[in-house]
Design a protein around this ligand. Structure first.
Ligand code: GLU
Length: 273
């Protein structure tokens, strides 16, 4: 099987050094295996993904030293594919309509487990059989299943469904496919063999494994990188404007030097030569 990896940025802001380093790790794994890289722009959320960020994304990636094969994919052009998958999940009764607001879920469920993760859905609409009018759609997560996958970086990972994570969104009431659905449909359709991404998405991998199973699709391998820190050991914040590739470039930064600064913490090479 030929290795196929991907970069999957969401243009909700300028790309920052943390994104670029994660992508660098993905590119290194792909190169070592003589594979192909796919660029997929995750621009489904029209409120948050603004054209000014989309327009410069490819230029910023190239400046940092990232390269991809094939024409980039845009999720905003692939709605029909997500809709088909949604209908399949609905026919299989894997999902249910839910009228709870984010606030309802927060107050009923209490505090989330970690800063990155959402609270476990309390089950309010699970058995209501709502028809979907003005509602979100959630995946019905099995209660108490011990799930496992072997991370190519961290080794065996375990989670208990319904406890470590709960019923999650697959389609939003503003008619936007949710990340967990779109990412599975696309990684399968684009024949991605290994997903390389940040450690904040480990719990989502379990969610996605349930979606793969429900759709009868074969999941890829998963490699979650170490947390990306700057040279002083601080975590790189997603919204740290000072660290955007734009800003760094305008300040005359050298991409190879930047890669060296953080590559050691990811145990990947900084140089493409
Ligand atoms: N678009 C997602 C993000 O930027 C990518 C998630 C993934 O790699 O699966 O967080």
């Amino acid at each position: 099987m030929h290795y196929r990896g991907r970069f999957a940025p969401s243009p909700t802001g300028y790309l920052h050094l943390g994104h670029a380093m994660t992508f660098w790790a993905a590119q290194e794994r792909c190169r070592e295996r003589g594979g192909k890289m796919i660029l997929r722009i995750e621009d489904l959320d029209a409120d948050r993904c603004r054209p000014e960020f989309c327009d410069v994304l490819e230029e910023d990636l190239r400046w940092f030293g990232l390269r991809w094969d094939e024409e980039p994919f845009r999720q905003s052009e692939r709605r029909a594919v997500y809709r088909d998958a949604f209908e399949k999940l609905r026919a299989g009764k894997h999902i249910f309509a839910c009228t709870c607001s984010r606030r309802d879920v927060m107050s009923a469920a209490g505090a989330p487990h970690t800063e990155n993760d959402e609270p476990v859905y309390p089950g309010t609409c699970r058995e209501k059989n709502l028809d979907g009018t003005n509602a979100n759609w959630r995946f019905r997560v099995p209660e108490g299943e011990v799930m496992q996958f072997t991370d190519a970086n961290f080794g065996p990972r375990i989670a208990i469904s319904g406890k470590d994570f709960g019923d999650f969104l697959v389609w939003r009431k503003d008619d936007v496919p949710a990340y967990q659905l779109a990412v599975v449909v696309d990684d399968a359709a684009m024949e991605i063999t290994e997903v390389v991404r940040g450690p904040d998405l480990v719990v989502s991998t379990f969610r996605q494994l349930l979606v793969y199973r429900a759709l009868g699709l074969q999941p890829p391998a998963f490699y979650h990188t170490a947390l990306i820190r700057d040279e002083r050991g601080r975590r790189l914040a997603k919204r740290d404007a000072g660290m955007s590739l734009r800003t760094l470039r305008e300040a005359g930064a050298d991409p190879e030097r930047l890669r060296e600064q953080v590559a050691a913490s990811l145990r990947v090479k900084a140089s493409s030569r």
